[in-house]
Design a protein around this ligand. Sequence first.
Ligand SMILES: [Zn+2]
Length: 158
Amino acid sequence: MSDITPQSPCPRAISRVTDPLPPPVVCPHCQSPVDVASHREVYGQDYGSWPWFYLCTGCEARVGIHPKTDIPLGTLVTDAIREARKHSKARFTPLYETGRMTRREAYQALADRLGIPVSECHFGWFDSEMCEKAGKVARELYIAYFNPAPDPVARTPV
Ligand SMILES: [Zn+2]
């Protein structure tokens, strides 16, 4: 069991991952090589049962790995992108957490307005620019679905 690592992953676990991304080889931010690292090497101890992640040898951008596979959870992120994802996702999740839209409907609406397939509509895949767009779209959707504009006829002056 314990000899399953990103270098010798479990084929069954790999087959269960939807929308898998290829393992990163070169950092998209600084073009340095990317290594597999473990929590123990970087933080001094392991957290959880799958303590592996990809780490850029240059700028230290990083991303987690799906358990028992070599499939990254998203693209390599710098601290700045990680923050941007957190902020845009925080704008988006209320759309379905309120229960007025399903999670699927919310992602479909977001993907449509971003002009991307829903299979690519993952916050873990977004760069800073995409996060900014997604945050804006989420705000627009929120207004459109939850706070409809007043009827223009009613606002026509008499
Ligand atoms: Zn880098």
